[in-house]
Design a protein around this ligand. Structure first.
Ligand SMILES: *[C@@H]1O[C@H](CO)[C@@H](O)[C@H](O)[C@H]1NC(C)=O
Ligand SMILES: *[C@@H]1O[C@H](CO)[C@@H](O)[C@H](O)[C@H]1NC(C)=O
Ligand SMILES: *[C@@H]1O[C@H](CO)[C@@H](O)[C@H](O)[C@H]1NC(C)=O
Ligand SMILES: *[C@@H]1O[C@H](CO)[C@@H](O)[C@H](O)[C@H]1NC(C)=O
Ligand SMILES: *[C@@H]1O[C@H](CO)[C@@H](O)[C@H](O)[C@H]1NC(C)=O
Ligand SMILES: *[C@@H]1O[C@H](CO)[C@@H](O)[C@H](O)[C@H]1NC(C)=O
Length: 432
């Protein structure tokens, strides 16, 4: 039953949308902005229903440049990892000259924001924290594609709660297709997902569960790189190394949605000493690179009375099982995939990705998986960018069958050396 309050809120939200943005001042941070709360009765709205929509800040339109005509923030209904009602925000960028021989094109670009601080959500921080993404977004708009950038971590910034992230990503597609801003409905829009590292999580899980959760969303392809296919293993290999800060970030992310994880932390983090609860919990306010700096080379077990056993605690098991392992929801995704990964990726071992892709391939998926013989996790960010872009162009602009093998799997080692400095890369210069 849809409550009358909800319908009222919804109709006033929609009628207040100007056909073209008039003037939008700089918004407040999400943690302080009432716009980032769900209207009463949102629980009754179907996932993907638009709850609020407003023009994004004028400064963002100016910063993106001539390829964009307008930008909207949309708050929409979705579900959390328990399939309970939730909400999330996405940013929809409208190209100046929408293109597509037949229908429209939509790139859903999942930014690896990797934090438990809501104020780093891309809808708010795109211009300040993630401006390096403009080198992908600008050309995508220039091709006439619409671009969707969901705050897939949701209203509690639940980093690594992957099922919620997948729901938020798929529901953001439903919302933007319904927004009436030029995207053509259903099968008349070709949709591709793209994400690296922390952006591979929502992208992969969304591609994986799309057929179960949103069967009417017809993905044309998914490009994912630097996959964190098994987060537990990633925390094992990063412990006491440069990315040790990943552990507090993702564990605090789980705790935002799993009370038993929170209570485990409350009971087992050491109250004092150099490695204490205050320090561990302070990661919840940090941006990714700040956390990597603060915890560099630390052994995270030192923070726990349980030592290194913390990672295998039974209180973490349910959350970990549901959210930290790719490839367990379906036999194979239905849309083609492009997967790129450095063999020497020091953040998440390549074997974990090999296992997931091999399983999909055994079950009939259509995947091109390129393992780079050189470079680190961060290098592949930059070096994989051009290959991912070319693949996405073929998928969205309908030359895929001519350029790539559209049946079965191709798994190959490549050697792509060269630039690792910012330029044309997704999130260049921003770690992870
Ligand atoms: C264009 O789209 C229409 C309707 O979606 C479809 O019937 C037709 O086959 C498409 N043509 C091409 C060339 O893809
Ligand atoms: C606009 O799109 C064109 C064509 O894709 C691209 O070459 C250019 O770099 C884009 N401009 C900006 C500011 O992103
Ligand atoms: C889904 O997309 C594929 C290729 O993009 C197309 O062949 C198929 O007809 C589409 N199905 C629906 C239900 O729109
Ligand atoms: C993920 O990694 C952990 C830790 O190495 C391991 O125990 C577990 O078996 C792995 N999961 C899968 C599905 O391989
Ligand atoms: C917690 O750790 C921080 C950083 O090591 C330290 O500055 C602080 O004094 C510690 N607090 C307690 C209560 O030990
Ligand atoms: C972390 O450890 C590596 C390898 O031992 C070392 O090269 C680096 O300087 C250390 N970083 C810091 C900030 O201590």
């Amino acid at each position: 039953m849809v409550s009358p309050h909800f319908l009222l809120a919804l109709s006033s939200a929609l009628t207040l949308v100007p056909a073209r943005p008039l003037s939008a001042p700089a918004p407040l941070p999400p943690s302080e902005d009432p716009w980032y709360t769900a209207p009463e009765g949102y629980e009754d709205a179907a996932p993907g229903t638009i709850l609020r929509i407003r023009p994004a800040a004028d400064s963002l339109v100016t910063a993106i440049g001539a390829n964009v005509s307008s930008i909207y923030n949309i708050l929409y209904a979705t579900t959390d990892s328990f399939d309970k009602p939730s909400f999330a925000v996405t940013t929809l960028l409208i190209p100046s000259k929408p293109a597509g021989k037949n229908g429209t094109r939509l790139l859903s670009y999942q930014i690896p924001y990797n934090t438990v601080n809501l104020d780093y959500s891309p809808s708010y921080a795109l211009e300040t924290q993630f401006a390096s993404a403009f080198s992908d977004i600008g050309p995508a708009l220039g091709r006439g594609w619409f671009v969707n950038i969901p705050d897939f971590e949701g209203p509690k910034a639940s980093f690594s709660v992957s099922v919620e992230a997948a729901h938020a990503t798929l529901d953001s597609l439903r919302a933007v297709l319904a927004a009436g801003q030029g995207l053509q409905p259903g099968s008349h829009t070709r949709i591709a997902l793209w994400g690296y590292s922390g952006g591979s999580i929502p992208s992969e899980f969304a591609a994986e569960i799309a057929q179960l959760y949103a069967p009417e969303i017809n993905l044309s392809g998914t490009a994912i790189g630097g996959l964190v296919a098994n987060m537990t293993h990633a925390l094992e290999v990063t412990n006491a190394k440069s990315y040790a800060g990943l552990a507090p970030l993702v564990t605090l992310g789980l705790a935002t949605r799993y009370p038993e994880v929170q209570s485990y932390l409350d009971k087992n983090l050491k109250p004092s000493g150099r490695y204490n609860a205050t320090m561990f919990n302070s990661a919840a306010q940090m941006a990714t690179f700040d956390a990597f700096g603060a915890f560099v080379n630390q052994s995270i077990g030192d923070y726990f009375m349980t030592g290194n056993e913390w990672l295998y605690a039974t209180d973490l098991e349910a959350a970990v099982k549901r959210n930290w392992q790719m490839g367990k929801f379906v036999f194979a995704p239905t849309a083609p995939m492009y997967v790129y990964k450095a063999i020497h990726d020091e953040l998440s071992p390549v074997e974990d990705t090999d296992v997931v892709i091999q399983k999909y391939c055994d079950n009939g998926a259509n995947i091109l998986y390129e393992r780079n013989t050189v470079g680190t996790h961060q290098d592949e960010y930059v070096r994989g960018n051009a290959r991912a872009w070319a693949w996405l162009v073929s998928v969205l602009d309908e030359s895929y069958e001519e350029v790539y093998d559209s049946a079965g799997c191709t798994i190959r080692d490549v050697t792509i050396d060269g630039a690792t400095t910012p330029g044309g890369s997704m999130m260049a210069g921003v770690p992870f």
